[in-house]
Design a protein around this ligand. Sequence first.
Ligand SMILES: Cc1cc2nc3c(=O)[nH]c(=O)nc-3n(C[C@H](O)[C@H](O)[C@H](O)COP(=O)(O)O)c2cc1C
Length: 478
Amino acid sequence: MTLVVGIGLRAGTPYRELRDLVNRALAGVEGTVGSVVTVEGRESEPGLQRLVASLDAQLLTATSQELAEQVVPTPSEQVGQLAGTASVSEAAVVLSGAELVVPKLKSAGATVAVGRLDTVAAPGYSLGDREVVHRVIAERRDVRRGFLDKPVDHELLTRVLEAAHRAPSVGLSQPWDFLLVRDVATRRKIHELASAQRDTFAASLPPDRRSAFDGLKIEAILDTPLNIAVTCDPGRGGRHVLGRHADPRTVWFSAAIAVQNLWLAARAEGLGVGWVSFFEPGEVAAVLGLPAHVDLVGYLCVGHVSEFAAAPELVRSGWAARRPLAWAVHQEQWGQRGLPGEEPSPAVAVQAAVAAAESPERVAGGRQVVRVLVMDGGDMAEHLREADVLVVQVGAEKPAADFGVLWRPARTADEAVELGVEVARDLVLQGAGTLLVDCVAESEVAERLTQGIRWGALACGAVVNGQDEPGTVSDSSA
Ligand SMILES: Cc1cc2nc3c(=O)[nH]c(=O)nc-3n(C[C@H](O)[C@H](O)[C@H](O)COP(=O)(O)O)c2cc1C
């Protein structure tokens, strides 16, 4: 275990006094001292230098301002007045990312505190640091409202772009570019494109969904002082980009990760970011003058906000719900669901559905009515003309269709049930309150999948073909 010793000392404090104090602090603490940290200006003290040499450690310094920003258990007002920080020894330990194990000990001329660096779990990151990272991730929001009439400062924007530019990328190809759009005339053109796509989407919705959509704000192109188009050059780096050869999609993944870095850094800086994808990318490319070899990845609306909502707007409006993590984690094989440390459930979705029905994660369905048609091949075009129909296709051949068709070629009857449950859960998360489920195929997988959809929907609190209790499901297809 690596230890960090934080030391505050008066000028001229002798080596012997420092050594005795450090020995006292280290008594009973396992590990080796890797670094000694003190306030800037004290590093040349002879007593301290001799101590550091005797410990075979590294001597580091921090400014009094950096130290003053740390939260410590025993701050001192007196030290605060003298040194400009209420703690040197404890603050130095905390600042170095160590866990404080020995709080401040004092001698006549010095203070010492000891910390332990958890080099395995999180080298260089204290518990507090780790919490902040998780907090930023949890509190990042897609923001479309509440922007302030305040320009985005160049330095701040550069910091945020720097964060985006530090994103991982396949073969370090860094395929992104960031096009900053402030001009109102350009933003108006982009806004028109988004409005047209909004109308197209609205027209595709069944009536109940459409009225819900009418109340949603989906962009802030003109409400923000700054828009950023994040692009991807799939050919960047030439022919031999390490890692891209087998999966070319990785280049677009890389650019998307840059957006996420930008989004997180912006959140930490108090900037709201809203991603708009209501575009045919080529139309945006034409307005922005993108060269043909560059793709639009994300179009972001950016501006200062005074607050961030606690939950996604789509959740608060009732449009969609979050998917529990437990549904998303599989162990070793697809379908063996379970959080780390939990015994994974067998891939029999009926059991999972019954468990879900009894669990607090049960998500109540919305008001949307969805007609689900399970098919095994055949002509889907006729059904897809109706906006409220979702075709679930179980045939071996992948259908070339839009999102009106879900392709779920189950490999076994058990898997068919599981996939059916999942289809239903996803629909409920997207606002379905009633599922009218029909199976127009004769295969066993089609029938089992239909059964799974019914079970899943009931487990999540939706109504299925007029029934609303898991126990009342009649297995008409079996
Ligand atoms: C690729 C992508 C495209 C998105 N497009 C839009 C959009 O066009 N309009 C919109 O209002 N939100 C859009 N969003 C934001 C999502 O609705 C939002 O991330 C989601 O509801 C979760 O909310 P949160 O980001 O606040 O956690 C998009 C997000 C992503 C990742």
